[in-house]
Design a protein around this ligand. Structure first.
Ligand code: SF4
Ligand code: SF4
Length: 257
């Protein structure tokens, strides 16, 4: 075994090989500070997995599906929300306020395979019912067109958990093509994206690490498409994750530091 390889079925030295790959990996687009922060978080995750004797194959599969990025993003989000910055405490977000669920541009946001599968499974039983597009043509199909609440709240992806605003009117302006201030992503979202980009680079040549279009997955699920068909149709080109990282890094983050 070389220093940078890992034995998919093994533990111990095998996970050390995976950690070595993460140390060399790049998260294109995320920027240096966000990349190094995500690398520390990902390495801490792998160190914990190593201590618990988890198999490298299982951990690598979780990285490929996005479970690891999701766990990292969720942990940093929970930490941020335990001592929320002023902008979070002043958020105007409330159930039924859904301008942020109008998905201009058609893609709806970058999500991992774990999130795509979870979203599809939660929406599939609602196939054929009126959906968000009966309220607004560009709304997410997961939205309830009457109450304007998310119909799959527990299964909503990280992008939906990361976005907030102090001004609902600004969100309405932005949903119609404007550029009003007040809305933004909390910092944990860049941790999640950069960790997934690092995972993809670390697993290069050993596993596919795709991302998907939220809007396409939701549209397929409510149209009665199988999960496999929706995932095939919604899979992003490789560069989309890089672009998503770049856009999130440029947009600035809401943090409590
Ligand atoms: S982000 Fe904007 S549109 Fe979405 S719930 Fe918050 S205030 Fe409403
Ligand atoms: S999944 Fe739910 S919260 Fe996310 S955009 Fe769709 S309706 Fe809105």
């Amino acid at each position: 075994m070389t220093a940078g390889s890992f034995e998919p079925g093994g533990t111990g030295r095998a996970l050390a090989g995976l950690r070595a790959r993460v140390r060399r990996a790049r998260a294109k687009g995320a920027g240096k500070a966000a990349t190094e922060r995500a690398r520390r978080l990902l390495d801490a995750y792998l160190a914990t997995a190593e201590r618990h004797g988890r198999a490298a194959r299982e951990v690598a599969a979780g990285m490929a599906r996005g479970e690891v990025a999701l766990a990292i993003g969720t942990a940093t989000r929970d930490a941020l929300m335990s001592d929320p910055p002023v902008v979070v405490r002043r958020a105007a977000c409330a159930e039924g306020c859904a301008f942020c669920c109008i998905l201009r541009g058609g893609d709806g946001g970058t999500i991992t395979e774990t999130e795509a599968t979870r979203l599809h499974d939660a929406l599939a039983p609602l196939a054929g019912q009126p959906d968000g597009r009966d309220w607004h043509p560009d709304a997410c199909p997961a939205l309830d067109p009457v109450t304007r609440a998310c119909r799959v709240y527990d299964a909503r992806p990280m992008i939906c958990r990361s976005f907030l605003s102090t001004d609902a009117a600004a969100c309405e302006t932005n949903a119609t093509g404007g550029a009003a201030a007040g809305a933004g992503l909390i910092g944990s979202h860049l941790d999640y994206l950069a960790a997934h980009a690092l995972a993809r680079d670390a697993l290069r040549g050993t596993a596919r690490v795709p991302t998907y279009s939220l809007a396409r997955i939701a549209a397929g699920a409510v149209a009665g498409e199988t999960a496999d068909a929706s995932l095939d149709a919604a899979r992003h080109a490789t560069g989309t994750l890089d672009d998503t990282c770049r856009n999130a890094a440029r947009a600035g983050q809401i943090t409590n530091s």
